[in-house]
Structures are given as structure tokens and as C-alpha cells.
Ligand binder design. Structure first.
Ligand code: PHB
Length: 394
């Protein structure tokens, strides 16, 4: 994979202009015909990430990661010029399913990239399979999503695997029972289930669990006082985006952070979320397959290029979308054609991906076979970062 770093800002401006034009066309109901879009042998890729709702910042990071890869590769994937057609996933299936359906069925895309929310991912699975357009899931971790369907591939994680990766560590570190709290939808349930299974298998005791209404909870106080009235010695929590900011800040202002160490999937303290949490997050320990503080030449090169382009360090969401572009690049280069079926077939032959997170490959269910790291929020360069303590898995 070639990764040049020529004039990122200029090229990004070109890509942004092209995608903005495409969105404007789609909004007027006049998406380009095949001839207009593909006369230079180019292809269309649908990018569906949140541009609204609690997960909107995740969508920004994913778009940036995807566009950075294109920028570093002359705007091409597999030697073909790429036109990115964007759609807003919104907060959940009500918005995400129709947005994805339109891209898959009307916009003649060769592949789809994106999807943050697990419930949305489960909702689009059949649409994607019926349309024979491959979907590279660049975030949503729903456990049963990728089951070997030729059209569903994932560059992110499964919720159960992220949850399980921290179970033994917390069982060994905690002084007593652990309370689990999460957003009340598919992902929250699966992170907790994965964590709980590994935690109990390693001898951990559960103090209780609670699920908070997704996207509408602003005040965690009733849940935090419930935790205080148990014999919990630590807490495991799944929240992301705006919910993660509010939860971690309220956890500190309620006084729990002094006595009950906080653990969770790394989304709890990732990127702009951590900047907004500030010192409320200091000491929080999480597990994830990426931290922008991973000490490797590949990661440093990526962090530098990303930071130069966007004046901000990358997140796990940026990397998952960057790698989605990388796998499409490799697949399209080998595919018999740019139709969805040909691209889907070629994805099976992609092999190892050299990523800022480290080398990974697709497993037999089309999920990443990858390492999870134990991270701790630490003071870094006048702010806070997710220091990498140790690998938790091989
Ligand atoms: C999910 O719904 O699968 C999900 C959403 C946000 C995250 C992680 C997982 O940060």
C-alpha cells in the first residue's frame, strides 16, 4: 500500500469539494448517472456515518480517517478514482437504515463504509446482502453482525471481544465486587455481557448492573447513588460520544471517582471525549485495539499526517475508517470488476493489514483478529491521553 504524504491540505480540500457537490446533488434527488460518475473509470463509495446525534463526533473522525487515506493515495482505491457519496447515519436505526438503503439501492456504489451504532448495523444487514453491495463496518460492534456473509466485513471490533479483553485484568485488580453500567441498547448489553463472562471466569464478583436510556439520559445521579448503595469496589461502564463526556464528569462530581476506580471499553475516554472530560477522566483504565499513543513508527507516521491535516490527533474511529479504505484499496486492486459482487469476492483475499494499530487480518467471520491494549488516562503534554500500559491479548 502506498502512503505518500503530498500536500494533504490541498488534496483534502479537493475531496471535501467533491463530496460536498455529491451531497448537494443527492439532496436535490439527482444523483449522478453511471456515465456521468464513471466515465473516467472511477467508482463511487458510500460513506454513512453520524452527522447528527450523540455519536456525531465519531462520524467526523471516521470521515477524516477515510479521506486521509484517499488523500495519501491520489484520491484512488485500487487504481480507480473515487467519488465519495455521503449519508447521515444519525443516532440510530430510524435514520441510519433509510440512509444506508438509499446508498445501497439507488446510488450505484461499489461498496459502503461506516455505521457507528450496533442497532443500525443489525438493521441494515439484510438490505446490504440483498443489494449485493459490500459493507465495511468501520465501527459498530454488534456481536452477531458479521457471520461470514460475503457482503459484511468489519475493520473495528466485536462488542463482546472488547468487553472480554478487560475481564481478567479487573478481576485481579479490584478489591471487591464490580458494578456494570451501560447505554441501554445492543452495544451496551454486549459490552457488559462480554466483560462479565471473562470477569466471572477469572473469579470476579458482580455488585449489580444498570442500563440507562440511550441518547436521552442527561442526569446519571439516580444511577450513581444506586451504585453508592451497593458493596461495589469498582465500576465498568460503556458510553461513547456525548454520553461518555457526561457520565465521566458526573462520576467525578458525584464523588465516586475517589473511591471506585472506573473501567470500560476505550470509547469511554477516546479523542474529543477525553478533551471534554479533562481531569475527570484521569486514572480511568480502559481496553481498546488502538491508542494514538501506541509507540510504533507506523502509528507515529499516521498520527503526524493526521494531525497535520486536521490539527487534531486521530482516534480509534479515524483508524477504523482509514483501514476500511486500506482494505478496499487492496481488494479493488485485485477484483475482477468494480461491481459490489466482485469487490465482495476480492475482500476474501486481502490478507494482513499494516495498520497504525498494528498488523491485523480478518478472521473467518470477517471481524478483525487483533490485539487489545490496557490503557490508562494520564496527563500528557499539558492535556490528557490514553497511555498504553500493556497488551491484554496476543
Ligand atoms: C456500537 O453501537 O456498536 C458502538 C457505538 C459507539 C462506540 C462503540 C460501539 O464507541
Amino acid at each position: 500500500m502506498s502512503r505518500s504524504s503530498r500536500s494533504p491540505r490541498r488534496r483534502l480540500a479537493q475531496i471535501a469539494a467533491l463530496t460536498a457537490l455529491t451531497m448537494a446533488g443527492a439532496a436535490c434527488g439527482n444523483s449522478l448517472s453511471d456515465d456521468e460518475a464513471g466515465s473516467d473509470g472511477g467508482l463511487k463509495i458510500g460513506l454513512v456515518v453520524p452527522a447528527s446525534g450523540v455519536y456525531e463526533p465519531l462520524g467526523v473522525d471516521m470521515t477524516r480517517g477515510f479521506e486521509l487515506y484517499l488523500d495519501q493515495n491520489d484520491g484512488q482505491l485500487g487504481g480507480q478514482d473515487v467519488e465519495v457519496v455521503k449519508a447521515d447515519e444519525g443516532e440510530g436505526p430510524d435514520t441510519g437504515v433509510p440512509a444506508t438503503t438509499k446508498l445501497a439501492s439507488q446510488d450505484q456504489v461499489s461498496a459502503l463504509v461506516g455505521i457507528v451504532n450496533s442497532a443500525t448495523a443489525l438493521g441494515v444487514k439484510d438490505v446490504v446482502t440483498q443489494s449485493k453491495v459490500p459493507l465495511i463496518v468501520a465501527n459498530a460492534g454488534a456481536d452477531d453482525l458479521a457471520d461470514g456473509s460475503p457482503y459484511i466485513w468489519r475493520t473495528s471490533f466485536t462488542n463482546g471481544a472488547v468487553g472480554a479483553s478487560l475481564g481478567e485484568e479487573v478481576a485481579q485488580a479490584a478489591d471487591g465486587p464490580v458494578y456494570m453500567i451501560a447505554a441501554d441498547y445492543a452495544a451496551g448489553k454486549e459490552f457488559v455481557a462480554g466483560f462479565k463472562e471473562a470477569f466471572e471466569a477469572a473469579g470476579g464478583d458482580v455488585a449489580g448492573e444498570a442500563y440507562t436510556p440511550f441518547g436521552t439520559t442527561n442526569d446519571w445521579q439516580p444511577f450513581l447513588s444506586k451504585i453508592q448503595n451497593t458493596d461495589a469496589s469498582a465500576v465498568y461502564a460503556f458510553y461513547a460520544g456525548a454520553e461518555a463526556v457526561n457520565f465521566v464528569k458526573q462520576y467525578q462530581s458525584f464523588g465516586l471517582s475517589e473511591d471506585l476506580p472506573l473501567y470500560g471499553p476505550g470509547f469511554l475516554t477516546e479523542g474529543g471525549v477525553l478533551t471534554a472530560q479533562g481531569d475527570a477522566a484521569e486514572g480511568v483504565r480502559t481496553s481498546l485495539h488502538y491508542s494514538n499513543l501506541i509507540d510504533s513508527p507506523e502509528n507515529k507516521e499516521f498520527v503526524d499526517a493526521y494531525t497535520e491535516a486536521y490539527d487534531e490527533a486521530p482516534t480509534v474511529y479515524s483508524v477504523q475508517a482509514y483501514d476500511a479504505a486500506a482494505v478496499l484499496d487492496a481488494a479493488i486492486a485485485e477484483a475482477d470488476g468494480t461491481d459490489g459482487e466482485s469487490v465482495a469476492k476480492a475482500l476474501a483475499g486481502v490478507g494482513e493489514i499494516e495498520s497504525p494499530r498494528g498488523t491485523w487480518s480478518f478472521d473467518e467471520d470477517h471481524n478483525p483478529d487483533q490485539t487489545y491494549f490496557l490503557r490508562e488516562v494520564q496527563a500528557v503534554d499539558g492535556g490528557f491521553g490514553n497511555g498504553v500500559l500493556e497488551p491484554l491479548t496476543d
